[in-house]
Design a protein around this ligand. Sequence first.
Ligand code: ZN
Ligand code: ZN
Ligand code: FE
Length: 738
Amino acid sequence: MPMPGLAAPERLRVRLEGAVQGVGFRPFVYRLAKQLGLTGWVHNSATGLTVEVEGAGDMLAEFERRLASDRPRASVVQASESLRVSPVGSAGFEIHSSSYSEGSDSQEKTAAVLPDLATCAECYAELFDPANRRYHYPFTNCTNCGPRYAIVHDIPYDRPATTMRGFELCPTCRHEYEDPADRRFHAQPNACPACGPKLDGATIVQATEALRLGQIIALKGIGGFQLLADARNVAAVARLRSLKHRDEKPFALMMPSLEMVQRYCKVSPAEQALLESPAAPIVLLEPSGISGLAWNVAHHSPYIGAMLPYSPLHHLLMSELPIPLIATSGNLSDEPIVIDNQQARLRMGSIADLFLTHDRPIARPCDDSVVRLARGCESVIRMARGYAPAAVRVSEELPPLLAVGGHLKSTVAIAIGHQVFLSQHIGDLDSAEARHAFETTIDDLCRLYNFHPQTVVCDMHPDYASSQWALASGLPVIIVQHHHAHAAACAAEHGLQGPYLAACWDGSGYGLDGTIWGGEFFLVEGPHFERIEHLRPFRLPGGEAAVREGWRSAASLQWETSGPAGIDKTICRMLERGVNAPLTTSVGRLFDAVASLAGVAQKSFFEGQVAMMLERETSLATSEEAYSLPAGDWQPLFRQVVADVTAGVARPLIATRFHNALVEWLVSVAQRSGVRQMVLSGGVFQNRYLLERAAARLEACGMEVYSHRRVPANDGGIALGQAVLAAGRMRGRRHSCA
Ligand code: ZN
Ligand code: ZN
Ligand code: FE
């Protein structure tokens, strides 16, 4: 302890930005200041958190050190600023209520809204402790866990700004809420059976009974309704598929325990950490081969998407029900997830036999996230509950931009100051409902951050619903090429400055020449790029139909390599005349073609399926051999694949040689490029074998390799890239005018 009166007091003001609200940061600061004998205050601000502490100089230094090293686990500090100010002779340390005192009401809000966090170990223990006053209470939470993004309407994140505002704290809960020493100090959704949300509709016992009998239940979760059914029951799964109009896509599973996940899937320690993380996502895992799941759960997918219970309600349900459950979004196929009780009954009344709902409103729809492990890290495929909204900090200040992303796996982003906030997964914008959700998400994000965009950024594709919305918005529009946005998203996620080489490989994106790109190498510097190499173009007979039917791409390669012999007449005619047969450089379609030739799949039932199946084959073979793909010319590769198929070479070996060929192409372009930094982006790089082998080979050649982690490699990430590139272009324009 400092000896009072020996040294003149000094005062320090610290401002923190990032995910610092709703994570127990203020009580942490309070305890730390008390411990060090410092006076002053702390409060949440519109941009994060501000602290002033006063005391002896060495104690202030210690305070700063421990502020950085001991901060709450769930917090993310993106920027901090310390300033010496004049001492004011404060007495005691206080937590001030949130304020905007540092700016006016119209100030832009940049405090990161925290994602929803899965039930923590302490709350879990209380949930099953008969002596605890929250025993079996489905809405328990604390500063370390519980809903955040799902309940917040406004920033700063305080109870009146959440969907909990209608629930008056009882005296006991209020005491917890106000006691800095309590785990529930300023836990905004704090509640108990006396004062908090309650279940309505069925009871948990009725729900477990229904599930055991093979019925379908609709459960109101954290970010929306889920439909649940017994994953071992073929008839129940079939009924769910038909009622939901979801014929082929795999269903995700919720399992009561890690042990059960380990029974059905291979789980590495890193994958276990993902399953048990506060985000509690759906993790894509390799099946263990043990049967027991209904065949129709995920029959077209080589992987199983599994998650653990993440809310008290899920824990209570699953503790009574030691079986794997289908846990899928509560909606009709491809529609946005339902969050409202009334809407749920209206739209799912014919699907669900029973509703397990409650009276805590959900502020916005947020699906379960999907991740997989790659390069030893999490790689987010669908960014939603537990991850959204993502805040990416960039070095240069951004003008107020709204980026509307792509068309499939739509997300949107807003740029404020040094931050880009990326929305949760909205879905494919094919249906009117999805387009409505897209507009709602834009409104919601702008309202949450009190944000007024001055410019809209969209994709170059004229048929994307998002591009059409942008052009009709009445605001100035900046158009960004699809793959350039992919590259910039990955670079922004890593704070990478150019120049860098980018391999942008995906299913399709509108190219500068009006053809469908998807196998591109760019040299990127700031907002500029040069397309230095690409896959040899080929035609897609039938256009969109070729996306679902990979045999069409295979036929196209064959037609161009060895002529029309043996190819369907209609297809030949399309290819000869170039009618309804657009040109593409898509690596995604090359995957389809090779999968078709090798007999792995002729059709795909959902996006990315064929590539996943081909990737899975690589796990069954080990080979360093690669087909020949010189400068992206697939003709030698095509001949070699056909020769291998004819010679009866096993599929896993064909798949491996194909993947290896793509990697060697990456390496050869990298070596010729003259730059050391390389970005791998686009949906194709969700392929773990390809990504990991590419990274290893490129690193061995001295390259620094950047791939996606929190921001999806697929089109769910491009809104971020659009925002960064548009800002760069606007800066360039300003400079050239000056
Ligand atoms: Zn907790
Ligand atoms: Zn209470
Ligand atoms: Fe794409």
